[in-house]
Design a protein around this ligand. Structure first.
Ligand code: NAI
Length: 677
């Protein structure tokens, strides 16, 4: 047996070399420089004296290899440096591919990006068929595409349509799905992995053969048609100017699919060009912000089991449903039986879509117990309150429940606007009161604001962050100030959109300005989707503390009960859940300052939040706004955008908007501090 720092090499009695990866000082295997150095050294010696076979496997519990080391991406300053890194990666993968003996990748858990590219370079791939196995090429989410030969090899194995579906979406698939596509050879239970590897080495089963139609899609006469189809699909989700990587990937395949070697070389060149774009750099930063948020909770031993949710309306119902889906035992309490029945109905719909298998759906539904009398309070580790947005009603509830819960139980409120200090007096022990501010719809919004009241203890904050992370949501600690972070920043932007509408700008033009900027949805459509009554309520609450300006048109629509999507009519009329957007008149001239009027109100408020210390850093402003509002991730968040556009220039722009449209555009005093960062 020989040992490196990260790899362990064991040769068994049959002459098979087992290469175990266990990256030192890390909970997850990634292909860092050092890991690749050692691998190259070992491959060199294996090449000189080929063994019976080589098996790659991981000693980490959570998976095989999660990808390349994303931290190293941020050090790539020039295209040349990026190309050197990529070529080196390709070289190591090619060495694996060319070893003159069978090679096997034994996969469990995460097998993503560079990790899957390594597996693809092996002759055989066998994966654990457990639900935790996730196989994929998620590079597109970082603004690049696979570069270690993964694009070329996956297309060769699964055909362009299936492989592109994985590459262009970045989604991870199960072992069974990967087997169906021909990306792996066998999906077996974990206990059979080693036996399966030995059997494959002994029997050398034939390689997977592509079906004729998958081969046909690769033919040079068919490729232009397939390309058109792929571009059409991609353009529905991402503009080329915002996200060039998927388009680059499609172009690459269309041009070089006939020449394996050239395709590999061009794959490397294309990735290194993408790696140094602002889009990729910003997306890599967003990835690391996400990791930063996940690391907020340091509590490893905190394992709550029972969650009791009070209030089964829009939010409480969905929160309870989500917790049960993630494996928690949940009791859900409401004043009305029919509300609870509706929650179970909603749960069934979501679980059917997410879990698919009958047994799993039944198990999840069993974990979600309607509890009109509140029996669950006694055993709850966490109580989440999501009743009406009324401080007195919430205080009354806290007084009633505190004597019934365990001393260790924390109380979380989902309030979207009431400062925790107003609720704390109702409790004997207010150190356990925290805000867990979920966003609507819970199943789709990745962010949860963890609201720290003046009395909230550090442990309660940590526990709230740990719970949030455990349900696959991103915790963002914020101070208990009006609107917290996300609503405070979002509202001025939404209100400006309504002002623009009042000025007679076509609604579609307002929305288009925002989506052209990179927002996932325009502000008018967003307001209709959130509900105009909710927008009005939040805006009115905020206007007590800041100059937000609540437009008359919003009030009028709410008075007429035109509340948006939920009533079928708001700014837009909705048909089958989709807004019908009247066309922009042909002779309409779009004001050139329209995008700035929208975006700068948002950015100016972000600066104010930083000055007020709502979150602890500029990074967390960007993270909160990206994950809470969908702010163009490729622009790196509002603060990153401000720095890229130039602080001085933006202050001047705000001054000019202030003189033309009023003091709501007054540059916040916090801008001056940005010159130093
Ligand atoms: P909702 O009106 O849909 O639901 C409230 C539910 O609480 C109702 O089913 C009601 O029967 C129940 N309830 C009221 N008092 C109760 C009591 N004493 N005991 C048991 N059940 C009681 O309200 P929604 O929209 O779900 O909001 C709930 C909370 O979440 C509010 O604090 C709101 O500010 C906050 N929130 C709302 C968001 C939204 O988009 N709707 C987003 C984020 C937070």
């Amino acid at each position: 047996m020989s040992t490196y720092k990260h790899w362990k090499v064991i040769t068994d009695s049959e002459g098979v070399v087992w290469l175990h990866l266990d990256k030192a000082d890390s909970s997850t295997n990634v292909l860092s420089h050092a890991v690749m150095d050692e691998l190259e050294e070992e491959l060199n010696s294996l090449n000189k004296k080929p063994p019976r076979a080589v098996v790659f496997l991981s000693d980490k519990k959570n998976g095989f290899i999660a990808g390349a080391d994303v931290k190293e991406f941020s050090q790539l300053e020039t295209e040349h440096i990026a190309l050197t890194l990529i070529k080196r990666g390709q070289h190591v993968m090619n060495m694996i591919e060319r070893l003159p003996c069978p090679t096997v990748a034994l996969i469990h858990g995460f097998c993503l990006g560079g990790g899957f590219e390594l597996a693809l370079a092996c002759r055989y791939r066998i994966a654990d068929n457990d639900a935790k196995t996730k196989i994929g090429l998620p590079e597109i989410k970082l603004g690049i595409h696979p570069g270690f030969g993964g694009a070329v090899r996956s297309i060769k194995l699964a055909g362009p349509i299936a492989a592109m579906n994985i590459i262009l979406t970045g989604r991870a698939i199960s072992a069974r799905a990967a087997k169906k596509l021909g990306l792996i050879h066998y999906a077996v239970p974990a206990r059979h992995l080693i036996t399966a590897a030995k059997s494959v080495i002994k029997k050398s089963p034939p390689k997977h053969k592509l079906v004729w139609w998958a081969k046909l899609a690769n033919h040079k006469l068919v490729r232009p048609w397939v390309k058109k189809l792929l571009v059409k699909q991609v353009s529905k989700k991402a503009q080329r100017s915002h996200y060039p990587a998927p388009y680059a990937m499609i172009d690459l395949w269309e041009r070089y699919a006939d020449d394996y070697q050239r395709f590999l070389e061009e794959e490397a060149i294309s990735v290194s060009q993408l790696m140094v774009t602002k889009t990729a750099q910003n997306l890599v930063r967003v990835f690391s912000l996400q990791e930063q948020m996940k690391s907020f909770s340091k509590l490893k031993d905190y394992k709550p089991r029972h969650i009791h949710v009070i209030g089964g309306g829009v939010m409480g119902g969905d929160i309870a449903i989500w917790f049960a889906l993630q494996g928690y035992n949940v009791t859900i309490q409401d004043r009305e039986q029919k509300t609870l029945a509706a929650v179970i109905k909603r749960a069934y719909k979501l679980y059917k879509r997410k879990l698919k298998k009958r047994l799993l759906i039944i198990e999840a539904l069993d974990r979600l117990v309607p509890d009109i009398k509140g029996f669950g309070l006694k055993q709850a580790d966490v109580v989440i309150e999501a009743i009406f947005e009324d401080a007195e009603v919430k205080r009354q509830l806290f007084k009633e429940i505190e004597p019934q819960i365990k001393d260790s139980c924390i109380i979380a409120t989902n309030t979207s606007s009431i400062p925790l200090e107003e609720l704390a007096p109702a409790l004997h022990d207010a150190t356990r009161l925290v805000g867990l501010h979920f966003f609507n719809p819970v199943a789709q919004m990745p962010l949860v604001e963890i609201v720290r009241g003046k009395q909230t203890s550090k442990t309660t904050m940590q526990q709230a962050a740990a719970i949030t992370k455990s349900i696959r949501r991103l915790p963002l600690p914020v101070s208990s100030s009006p609107g917290f972070l996300v609503n405070r920043i979002l509202m001025p932007y939404l209100m400006e959109a309504v002002v623009l509408a009042e000025e007679g700008i076509p609604l579609k033009a307002i929305d288009q300005a925002a989506t052209d900027f990179g927002m996932p949805m325009g502000p008018i459509e967003l307001a209709d989707t959130v509900g105009l009554d909710i927008c009005l309520k939040v805006a009115e609450n905020l206007s007590e503390n800041m100059e937000i300006g609540v437009p008359e048109r919003l009030r009028k629509l709410v008075n007429k009960k035109q509340l948006g999507k939920k009533t079928g009519k708001g700014f837009y009329t909705f048909k089958k859940g989709k807004p019908v957007k009247p066309a922009i008149p042909k002779d309409f001239n779009l004001p050139t300052d329209l995008p700035d009027r929208l975006i700068l109100r948002l950015v100016n408020e972000a600066v104010a939040c930083l000055r007020d210390g709502v979150v602890e850093s500029t990074d967390m402003i960007d993270a909160g706004v990206i994950f809470g509002t969908g702010f163009a991730p490729f622009k790196g968040g509002p603060m990153c955008y401000a720095h890229n556009r130039g602080i001085e220039q933006l202050i001047k722009l705000l001054e000019s908007l202030d003189s033309r449209y009023g003091s709501r555009f007054k540059a916040d005093s916090g801008w001056s501090s940005l010159f130093e960062t």
